[in-house]
Design a protein around this ligand. Structure first.
Ligand code: PLP
Length: 372
C-alpha cells in the first residue's frame, strides 16, 4: 500500500507522534521474553499514573476500547445482577447491549443527547431500586461531545453500595480523571484517542473491590479471552511465574509504553490544560465564523467538539473534499447527530492552538467552497 498521510481531526484515531511510531517498528520479541515482561510491568506503572490509581490490576488489554467495555462487564456482571446503565449517547447504549447479552437485569437511565448524565436522576433511580449491584456510565461521550461528572456519579453510586464502571475511552490523558479519588471500580480506555497511540489497545484498571466481586462469582466468566482470573496469571508481576495466556501485540505495547512515557514527561496537569486551551481556541474561532456548537459550554468535552452543520451545506461534500483534496479527516455525526453535526477531535498530539487554527480555517474555507 502506498504511504498516505492524513491530518486526523475525527473522533479517533488521532495522529501519532514519530517517537511512538519508531517504537512500534522496533524488532519484534517474544511475548514471554523476560524483557517484554519487564516492559509490561513498566507499562502498568505508567498507566497507574495516567489513571491516577494504585490499583495493582492496571494493564493494557490486547484489543480496542470495545474489548475494555466487554472485559469490564463480562467479569463484573453475573446473570441476574441488576445494573444501572446511564445512557446519553451511542456508547452508553452499547454498554446496555453488552450487559443485556450477559444476562444482566438492566435499568436504563437515559439523558438527552448533548447533555451529561444527571447525578440527581441517578440518586432517584438508586432510591427506586434498592438491589443494584453496578452503576455504569460513559465519562466522555464521543458521540455527543459531552463530559459527565464522574466524581459525582461515583459518589452517589458508592453511597448506595454499588460498584462503578466508567468508560474513559475519550477522557484518559485528555481531561481530569482520578480513578482512586473518585472511587471508580473499573475504568477502561482506548489507545487511539488522547494517548495519541496507535489503535487496538485498551488500558484498564480494576479496584480491589471489583477483583473481589469477580473472585466471589458463582458462575464462570462467559468469555475465556476476557476472564481476568486467567489474564492475571499473564499480567500480574511479582514472585509468580508468568503464564502464557495469549500472544500479546508486542510491537503495539512498545508503542504505548512510549506514548505513556510522553504523558509522564509532559505531566497530566499540563496535558489536561493543553486539551482545554486548544478546545477553547477552536470554539472561539468557529463561533467567530458564525458556526454553532451543539453542546452548552459547561458540558463540553475538550477533546471532541460537535459543530452544527449550517443549513444548505452538504455534509458529505465537506468531509469528502477535505479528505480527498486536503488529506484532512473530520468526524461525521453519530446516531441522532448523523447528518446534523460534525465531530472535531483535538486529541493528544493534535490538542494545540496551532492545530485548532489549522482545522478551523480548513473547515470554514471548505464550508464556503461547498456553498458555492
Ligand atoms: N467508548 C467510547 C466512549 C468510544 O468513543 C469508543 C470508540 O470511539 C468506544 C467505547 C469503542 O472503542 P473502540 O472503537 O476502540 O473499540
Amino acid at each position: 500500500m502506498e504511504r498516505i498521510h492524513r491530518d486526523l481531526f475525527g473522533p479517533g484515531p488521532t495522529n501519532v507522534p514519530d517517537s511512538v511510531l519508531i517504537a512500534l517498528s522496533m524488532p519484534t520479541i517474544g511475548h514471554l521474553d523476560p524483557d517484554f515482561l519487564n516492559l509490561m510491568d513498566e507499562v502498568g506503572e505508567r498507566l497507574k499514573y495516567c489513571f491516577q490509581t494504585e490499583n495493582p490490576l492496571t494493564f493494557v488489554l490486547s484489543g480496542p476500547g470495545s474489548v475494555g467495555m466487554e472485559t469490564s462487564f463480562v467479569n463484573l456482571v453475573e446473570p441476574g445482577d441488576k445494573v444501572v446503565v446511564c445512557i446519553n449517547g451511542v456508547f452508553g447504549g452499547r454498554m446496555r447491549d453488552v450487559c443485556e447479552r450477559i444476562g444482566a437485569d438492566v435499568v436504563s437511565l437515559e439523558s438527552d443527547w448533548g447533555t451529561p448524565v444527571s447525578p440527581a436522576a441517578l440518586e432517584q433511580t438508586l432510591a427506586d431500586h434498592d438491589d443494584v449491584a453496578i452503576v455504569a456510565f460513559v465519562h466522555a461521550e464521543t458521540s455527543t461531545g459531552v463530559l459527565s461528572d464522574a466524581k459525582a456519579i461515583a459518589e452517589i453510586a458508592k453511597s448506595h453500595g454499588c460498584l462503578v464502571v466508567a468508560d474513559c475511552v475519550t477522557s484518559l490523558a485528555g481531561v481530569e480523571l482520578r480513578v482512586d479519588d473518585w472511587m471508580l471500580d473499573v475504568a477502561y480506555s482506548g489507545s487511539q484517542k488522547c494517548l495519541s497511540c496507535v489503535p487496538g489497545l485498551s488500558p484498564i484498571s480494576f479496584s480491589h473491590q471489583a477483583v473481589e466481586k469477580v473472585r466471589r462469582r458463582k458462575s464462570k466468566v462467559q468469555s475465556w479471552f476476557c476472564d481476568i482470573n486467567l489474564l492475571m496469571s499473564y499480567y500480574e508481576s511479582g514472585e509468580k511465574t508468568r503464564a502464557y495466556h495469549h500472544t500479546a501485540p508486542v510491537n503495539s505495547l512498545f508503542a504505548i509504553d512510549e506514548a505513556l512515557r510522553l504523558v509522564a514527561e509532559e505531566s497530566l496537569d499540563t496535558r489536561w490544560a493543553r486539551h482545554s486551551a486548544a478546545a477553547q481556541h477552536l470554539y472561539t474561532k468557529l463561533e467567530a465564523a458564525g458556526l454553532e456548537m451543539v453542546v452548552d459550554p459547561q458540558f463540553r468535552l475538550p477533546p471532541l467538539t460537535l459543530v452544527r452543520i449550517p443549513d444548505g451545506v452538504d455534509d458529505a461534500a465537506v468531509r469528502g473534499t477535505l479528505l480527498n483534496d486536503r488529506d484532512i479527516e473530520l468526524g461525521g455525526g453519530l446516531g441522532k447527530f448523523a447528518g446534523k453535526a460534525w465531530r472535531i477531535g483535538l486529541m493528544g498530539q493534535n490538542a494545540t492552538i496551532e492545530r485548532a487554527d489549522f482545522i478551523a480555517d480548513a473547515l470554514v474555507e471548505m464550508i464556503n467552497q461547498c456553498r458555492g
